[in-house]
Design a protein around this ligand. Structure first.
Ligand code: ZN
Length: 691
């Protein structure tokens, strides 16, 4: 997730833009999954466990690759997309004078990343000037200017969630004002944690204690690789744990963060200074030179008070250690292999349960996608996304829109005062499909062949300044929060848009060769999912223009709360690992979207059928059964136990099994289609229904 939209602002489909498998054959693209009735395990009663009915065979036939932490059709598609990009980049990396400027940038970035021997011979020396600058600090009053430099160099690196790195101390960027979505203002948010979430620092269970021990060992390892003696590396690791734990204690927890009102604090420059008097905001802002802001949107003021406290109590040497740590940790994947491997051992192996590091080409493709995503994305769209695909997708979106409008119109729990507002919001959703109308201009970004760390730093500087330049200007509605090859989708409540990158509009989510039942069950449910996010526990708090404004009557708000409580209770009962329950409040928005999205997709599909067509069975399967099987198959997947734990603790998405069974067990349409009886596991006694 990109920092400039704090996590709660974008409601996505998947856990992350997945990672993937075996080295692809250079000249051949890896296979994709497709909908298939052969995948169904007919020895299992669909009313007993629908997820097993649709996915048991898939799971048996698709062991998790060693360099993956989760694996499903989305992982296969990501591998396919990255293999396409791999071919594009191999060609662009040839030092050919005929290359276009875009080809030079993506090609030389990729080449520098792939040049392992050069990165290995430089080692930590690649970032020595930055380390020397930190070393030369003589007074805590210089901390702010040093942090501004660090933020410029690591802005994008720190937002790469798969390595767990985070912005040093706090995040600074721009974003839409919560009360006036037409305005772009400067935003400040908590940050500074190398572990995935504040709870990782504060919980006392055996697993949390073990993870902290592994993390502290990793910190010491990195300091040693950077030249510290074993003893001082160990002492420095203790300082980092101590300081990050203090930051964790001042951080707002993830469930609190789900209510946008908790993050809506407008501060003037003077108020910001008063909040953190020991931090020189003038020295921080000056080198970044952002345009004037109407005010600062400070998500978590208490966190900034905590920073002030920490500046007061920690000596200069500890701050230098902290800055050095943040620089090295965020840069480790751009350095020599010993840094890359140490980073993998903790973030890949210990935290995610991967068995091996991804091959270099994949890591480099991801680097280009992160830093030059819309330059690389143009080539992906040319290769893999046709205008016909866009047209069919638009038709599906229109059908889903109509179905959701019917759903709202017929709700028995919503009054005639709130309904027109809900319909207005629905009608106002803009559909963005495939790729941006206008590609990002990277011409001011210099990419130097052979300078891997420098390319990453310059890309971060480019991106931070691009974000800051938006302050005070009209909102750019053309902007995308994901790159075109991404296998994911999102709803943006402040723009009121649903966004489907070309990367997800491929099998088995969108299948040009397949019938409507399949496509409504696959991508249709996803379209419904993203639309429903506009009406989930968070999304409903934004109005059609993206402002944080309550458009519900009090009574209707209460009725809504009552209905989502049912979903909260349902998912809180799920136990992915023995003793580890899902957090029903953390996953509430995603679960509401899964339930609403699937129901609306089914309505839209049934609208395409005559009564007679509904009863016609093909291969012994009715159209509605086919819809549900396509839905189930699209969610097949396996996770390492480590990821299962990570998700349960800090991710708003439920594990796949519950995204299938948790939904169908609420649906009378499912019961009817498969002839399920009361008392069977896929028939919930108190079934939940919001949308
Ligand atoms: Zn979602």
């Amino acid at each position: 997730m990109r920092f400039h939209k704090p996590a709660f602002f974008l409601f996505t489909l998947f856990v992350s833009a997945a990672l993937f498998a075996q080295t692809a054959n250079e000249s051949k693209l890896p296979p994709l999954d497709h909908f298939s009735l052969d995948q169904v395990d007919r020895s299992i009663d669909p009313c007993e466990n629908f997820y097993q009915y649709t996915c048991k065979k898939w799971i048996a036939n698709n062991p998790i690759p060693g360099d993956e932490a989760f694996w499903g059709p989305d992982g296969k598609l990501t591998l396919w997309n990255e293999s396409v990009l791999h071919e594009v980049l191999e060609a662009a990396a040839k030092n050919d004078a005929a290359r276009t400027s875009v080809q030079q940038k993506i090609g030389d970035y990729y080449f520098s990343c792939m040049d392992e021997s050069s990165r290995n011979s430089k080692g930590i020396a690649a970032i020595k000037p930055e380390l020397d600058r930190i070393d030369a600090l003589t007074d805590k009053s210089q901390l702010a200017a040093a942090l501004a430099l660090l933020h410029q160099n690591t802005f994008s690196l720190a937002s790469a969630t798969d390595s767990g790195s985070k912005a040093a101390l706090f995040g600074f960027s721009s974003g839409q004002d919560l009360d006036d979505a037409t305005k772009v203002v400067a935003q400040l948010d908590q940050g500074g944690l190398g572990l995935p979430d504040r709870d990782y620092y504060l919980k006392d269970d055996a697993k949390s204690v073990e993870t902290r021990k592994q993390y502290q060992e990793y910190i010491a390892k990195l300091f040693q690789l950077a030249g510290d003696s074993a003893d001082s590396a160990k002492a420095h690791a203790e300082v980092i744990m101590h300081m990050e734990t203090a930051l964790a204690k001042s951080s707002m927890d993830i469930v609190m963060r789900r209510d946008p009102a908790n993050l809506n604090h407008k501060l003037s420059g003077a108020e910001l200074k008063a909040l953190t008097p020991l931090f020189s905001w003038d020295d921080y802002i000056r080198p970044l030179a952002p345009p004037a802001t109407a005010h600062y949107l400070v998500a978590t003021p208490d966190f900034f008070k905590g920073i002030n406290q920490l500046i007061a109590t920690e000596p200069l040497d500890n701050w230098k250690t902290y800055l050095r740590w943040s620089l090295i940790n965020n840069s480790s994947n751009q350095l020599s292999d010993d840094f890359v491997n140490a980073n993998f051992d903790f973030y890949g192996r210990d935290l995610l349960g991967k068995r091996e590091l991804e091959p270099l080409w994949k890591r480099c493709v991801r680097g280009v996608d992160r830093d030059l995503g819309e330059a690389l994305g143009q080539a992906y769209v040319e290769r893999a996304f046709s205008p016909e695909a866009k047209q069919r997708m638009l038709k599906l979106v229109t059908a889903l829109n109509q179905a959701m409008a019917e759903d709202i119109a017929h709700l028995d729990w919503m009054s005639s005062t709130t309904k027109p507002e809900a319909l207005k919001k629905l009608a106002g959703i803009e559909d963005k499909i495939g790729y941006p109308n206008r590609w990002r201009d990277y011409s001011s970004l210099t990419i130097v062949r052979g300078d891997a760390a420098g390319n990453a730093y310059r890309s971060s500087q480019f991106e931070l300044h691009r974000q800051l330049e938006k302050i005070g200007k009209p909102v750019d509605r053309n902007e995308w929060g994901m790159t075109p090859p991404t296998v994911n989708a999102y709803y943006d409540p402040q723009l009121n848009t649903i966004n489907f990158p070309a990367g997800i509009l491929q099998p088995p989510y969108f299948e040009k060769e397949m019938d409507d039942a399949v496509n409504f069950g696959e991508i249709g449910a996803t379209i419904g999912h993203e639309m429903t996010h506009g009406f989930d526990d968070e999304g409903r708090k934004f109005d059609p223009t993206g402002n944080l404004r309550d458009w519900w009557t009090k009574e209707d708000g209460k009725e809504f709360e009552k209905r989502v409580q049912c979903i909260d209770d349902e998912y809180s009962g799920f136990e992915p690992l023995p003793g580890l329950k899902l957090n029903g409040k953390l996953t509430l928005g995603e679960n509401t979207a899964d339930n609403g999205g699937t129901r609306i997709a089914l309505m839209a599909f049934e609208n395409t059928l005559t009564d007679k067509q509904k009863t016609v069975k093909t291969d012994g399967i009715s159209p509605v059964q086919r819809f549900f099987i396509a839905y189930g198959e699209s969610w097949c997947g396996i996770l390492t136990p480590e990821v299962e734990r990570l998700l349960a603790q800090s991710n708003p998405h439920s594990p796949n099994e519950f995204r299938v069974n948790g939904v169908v067990s609420n649906m009378p349409e499912f019961r009817e289609a498969f002839g399920c009886k009361k008392g069977q596991p896929m028939v919930r006694e108190n079934s939940c229904h919001v949308w």
